[in-house]
Design a protein around this ligand. Structure first.
Ligand SMILES: Cc1cc2nc3c(=O)[nH]c(=O)nc-3n(C[C@H](O)[C@H](O)[C@H](O)COP(=O)(O)O)c2cc1C
Length: 351
């Protein structure tokens, strides 16, 4: 199998040039600053914040401001907004451009969750694709074209009909710089297989870059998505959970056609520890550990040789202990180890 070879790393988004074509997908509750820093380090061409409500942003909510915070090494970084009202989305975009200064502002036209649909946001625009155009138009105007406005949507609302093609045309005419497509309908939520055919068809019609998304779990999947759909870029969501190095694996494969060596257990624990420390530094011990737990379940998957230890690491409320235990395990492991065999001390009350 030949790789995509030269050019595999080139991508232009409006006036922003990216060093790659493989992006981290926005994931509420997961793609916080600690995780984004790792994704960028391991080669994600761009990362995006967790989605932010345009209404809450205008109201000046502290939580919203926290969600939008990023560090310079995360650039290029996008802030993702959701909302259904063009004027509010315009005002929110202007504020983000002025105060937060991301490289890109992305719009969530794909969220399938009831409370988002109720405020006419997320995937609800697929019922009324023209509105997507009005929202983009208001945001492009409010930001004076200084920040690329991109959109992320799904293959349809209830079924794969013409809506997503109408949406593409509406947002292109309104000045969107790219469209990312999660190849499932709103109705499918996250069930069933992503239908990449819709990505191929969008790419055939599009004047702007199309970013394909859905079910890429390995470098081989990434290669197939590019090859089968001819898309310009791809986005990885769940495949990066507990594995932010997947971007390096994909970039390597796209450039050379060869897989990288599977990362050692020591390496994986080392990355998990780093993310945990960063999470605690940014959010404090309690919240930092709590929010890291779901990541840890992914990092520690398959540690069947140490089921008890895994359980304790995932249930302890003592952040200092979890950091210490992971550091000890990391220290004890050699690059060749595939199973966690040596128990470390577990103080009473941590599990
Ligand atoms: C926990 C979780 C949170 C998500 N949050 C967002 C979000 O805030 N904005 C968004 O556009 N998509 C969100 N998504 C959708 C992903 O960006 C992506 O489109 C989807 O997971 C399919 O890609 P994958 O198969 O690579 O995971 C979320 C997905 C998951 C699993």
């Amino acid at each position: 199998m030949s790789a995509l070879g030269k050019g595999a790393r080139e991508f232009k988004l409006g006036n922003v040039t990216l060093n790659g074509r493989v992006f981290l997908a926005p994931m509420a509750g997961y793609t916080d600053t600690a995780f984004r820093r790792l994704a960028r380090r391991y080669g994600a061409a761009m990362v995006v914040t967790e989605m932010v409500s345009s209404r809450a942003l205008i109201a000046g909510s502290d939580k919203t401001n926290d969600l939008m915070e990023f560090t310079e090494p995360e650039r290029p970084v996008g802030v993702q907004l959701f909302g259904g009202d063009p004027s509010i989305m315009g005002e929110a975009a202007a504020r983000v451009a002025e105060e937060v200064k991301p490289d890109v502002i992305d719009i969530n036209f794909g969220c399938p969750v009831g409370k988002i649909l109720k405020c006419d946001a997320g995937a609800s625009v697929l019922k009324e694709p023209q509105r997507a155009g009005w929202i983009v138009e208001a945001m492009v105007k409010a930001t004076e074209g200084k920040v690329p406005i991109t959109v992320k949507t799904r293959a349809g609302y209830d079924t794969m009909d013409n809506a997503v093609f109408e949406l593409l045309q509406a947002v292109e005419e309104a000045g969107a710089s790219a469209l990312a497509i999660h190849a499932r309908t709103r109705n499918q939520m996250f069930e069933g297989k992503a239908n990449w055919e819709v990505i191929t068809r969008l790419k055939e019609k599009a004047k702007i870059p199309i970013i394909g998304n859905g079910d890429v779990k390995s470098a081989e999947d990434a290669y197939r998505l590019f090859k089968e759909t001819n898309c310009d870029g791809i986005m990885i969501g769940r495949g990066s959970m507990g594995a932010p190095w997947i971007f390096e694996e994909i970039n390597h494969y796209l450039e050379t056609g060869k897989p990288m060596k599977t990362p050692s257990l020591k390496f994986r624990i080392g990355v998990a520890l780093e993310q945990l420390k960063c999470s605690i530094e940014v959010k404090g011990s309690r919240l930092g550990l709590l929010e890291m737990r779901k990541h840890l379940t992914h990092y520690l998957k398959g540690f069947e040789g140490a089921r008890d230890m895994r359980q304790k690491l995932l249930t302890s409320d003592d952040a200092d202990w979890v950091v210490k235990a992971l550091a000890e395990i990391h220290e004890q492991l050699s690059e060749e180890d595939t199973l966690l065999l040596t128990p470390v001390d577990v103080p009473a009350g941590t599990a």
